[in-house]
Design a protein around this ligand. Sequence first.
Ligand SMILES: [Zn+2]
Length: 367
Amino acid sequence: MTRVAARFSTKPDVTNATTLATGPRLAIATDTVCTDHVAPPQHDEDPERFVAAQRGFERSQCVDSALRLPMRIATLEELARAHTPQFIEQVMATRGASGWLDPDTYYSPASSEVALRATGAALALTEALLDSCQQGVGLWRPPGHHSCADRALGFCLFNHVAVAARHAQQHGKQRILVVDWDVHHGNGTQEIFESDPSVLYISVHQGPPQYPETGAPEEVGTGEGRGYTVNLPLSVGADGSTYAAAFERIILPIVEQYKPELTLVSAGYDAHELDPLGGMCLLAEDYAWLTQELVQTLGGAERARLGLYMEGGYHRRALTACVQSTLDALTTPERIAHPRASGRKLTARHELELSRIERVQREHWKL
Ligand SMILES: [Zn+2]
């Protein structure tokens, strides 16, 4: 085990709980077992990603003050709220073996255990947000948002955010927001909640031909869930100014109207300009700005209940910087400079894309 990972305790930090009792509390949920999901050679989703993400936390301003949540596993009953029993069984049956669940999604002997505990960490984070913590971050792997009710996809075993949202529903929450800023569309999360108006799924992502090629603006949900799926596909090269425009013109006004009781961010960092899988141009400070704007729209640090649930991010140095940057953004009262302040401008192509998305969303929201 690495030195970075070894610092995490299995016991809640009672001292922190006491010192932070008067202000917004930030929780961290993670599990060192996540490095035991062993990647085949040259695979992008490797254990070093977890070490890189932990390093971001270690370098953040909240390293000493964050409430470290106890590790736990997800139970089969909790998983079954988002996944079929057959699929859960399929993942559990991989124990002790190595192979592939789909052309992208491998498993190693400990992967089923890692999957149970990574989703367990997501549940622990959710419980903290439902209890006394205003904000929090969950660091784990593999990612989860491509995983559908009945199948593994795109490096993902269990869908952490989907299981977490179902957990919040069990605790009586009726308006749960999922903001997915991973560079890939979270097709699994969308599919699980597309007919459910109590979970608003908003995804900003790189559109086709980027994997998984879903998430068109016209995919707005089905049945009672119509209007509660919001997709913002952008073409290659979108930078901080493009994402800022997407947030200011579409995402934040919708969040304001929905008034979520709990916000889960599917926090992938593969839209960073250095990421080998994405074609976008975000910087670590852009993620910080997005985080702060979201928190402000949710009523500020004292009132917002928001967790960052780790998804993708495949450039290790960028992943460290992005985790640190978003955690610092949650901690500091100082506002991060607007991405446009650096002189970057919206391109005509991205303006056209945003206008098309606005047209679709005006049928459901005031924009
Ligand atoms: Zn991704």
